[in-house]
Design a protein around this ligand. Structure first.
Ligand code: FUB
Length: 343
């Protein structure tokens, strides 16, 4: 727990100033960047980190964010423009706190912002807010998505179909929904987890309804398998899903990427369908400075990029800054591993 974290911070402190890329945004703290190209422009939908008076704990209470800013870039080399507050927690009737990692989608000229937040019972739910422009402002639906829970929604468009992926264990509460109902046997982040030799907790997927505001079908579990076709186990912290789901398509295959949480990698798995199963391949992005690792992958003008974050500007795990670097698919479809901290 805490001791390990302190030691990790010391190690990264030593390597400070030797980062692969520079912060994209420095006037406010931003994290969990979901990047998309809409109308030929790059839009970034990040979390907006704030210095919080809430004490750090293992459920991530210190990630006490209250609003979202949207950023746009004319080209991959240009400065991001801050479009200001696109949605505030006070304008979301059902939400109380912790506006965590968002994503956005476009359909028929309308824009949809998907976000997790704790409701008035401190249970994470997923919300949707609708806007006429990619930069917002967005108007929140009065209720969360029916049947939604946990964190980190990511929406992937496949032709006319839109799929929402989500989930995060520990502070993200996904382990408390294993029975289909919210069931909490304790406050420790490890409570409600499967035994080490059981299959790891699955991230979730559902096709969105035509109006983009609800699940269009019963949510399904996503299977992440090893090279032998066996489920990755709960005790396999180097490879099991923790949070930060993202899907992109390349060479006719579906790539499911995610954070391994307490081992701090962005890992990926490949499948033939947006529902999976996905077969584990390896690490896309090694640990960054700070505890969390959270990314998105986007194609811009024929090249692929990964947007991610670290804590270069603050040195504080919950005050992060967004970064971006090129991502390379090899000719066999695997992805080259990125080392974000230089030797
Ligand atoms: O930013 C708050 C939470 O930290 C996100 O929802 C997680 O993915 C992690 O980055």
């Amino acid at each position: 727990g805490k001791q390990e974290k302190a030691e990790e911070t010391e190690t990264v402190e030593e390597t400070k100033s030797s980062f692969l890329s520079a912060p994209l945004i420095s006037h406010i703290y931003t994290a969990d960047p979901s990047a998309h190209v809409f109308n030929g422009k790059i839009y970034i939908y990040p979390s907006h980190d704030v210095a919080s008076v809430v004490e750090e704990d293992d459920s991530g209470a210190h990630f006490n964010m209250r609003d979202y800013h949207v950023f746009s870039m004319e080209t991959i080399d240009s400065e991001p423009v801050d479009h200001g507050v696109a949605l505030d927690v006070d304008d979301v009737p059902w939400a109380k706190r912790q506006m965590w990692a968002p994503d956005a989608a476009e359909k028929d000229g309308k824009y949809y912002l998907y976000f997790p937040a704790k409701d008035h019972d401190d249970i994470f739910r997923l919300g949707v807010a609708v806007g006429d422009n990619p930069e917002g402002p967005f108007e929140a639906q009065p209720e969360p998505i029916k049947g939604s829970y946990s964190i980190d929604p990511a929406v992937f468009q496949d032709g006319n179909n839109y799929y929402i992926y989500w989930g995060g264990i520990w502070g993200g509460q996904l382990q408390k929904w294993r029975t289909g109902e919210y069931l909490s046997t304790g406050d420790s982040p490890y409570a409600d987890e499967p035994a080490d030799d059981e299959p790891a907790i699955s991230p979730m997927v559902a096709k969105l309804s035509d109006n983009m505001l609800e699940f269009g079908e019963s949510p399904k579990k996503i299977e992440i398998l090893d090279q032998d076709g066996m489920p990755i186990l709960a005790g396999d912290h180097e490879r099991r899903f923790f949070e930060a789901a993202w899907v992109h398509q390349y060479g006719g295959k579906y790539y499911f990427s995610y954070s391994t949480g307490d081992t701090h990698n962005i890992a990926y798995a490949i499948g033939d369908s947006p529902y999976g199963p996905f077969t584990y391949q390896g690490v896309i992005l090694k640990p960054v400075q700070g505890w969390t690792n959270h990314h998105s992958i986007v194609e811009v003008a024929g090249k692929w990029y990964i947007f991610y974050h670290d804590t270069e500007l603050s040195g504080d795990t919950h005050l992060r800054n967004v970064k971006m670097t090129e991502l390379t698919h090899n000719s066999d479809g695997t992805i080259q591993t990125i080392e974000p901290i230089l030797e």
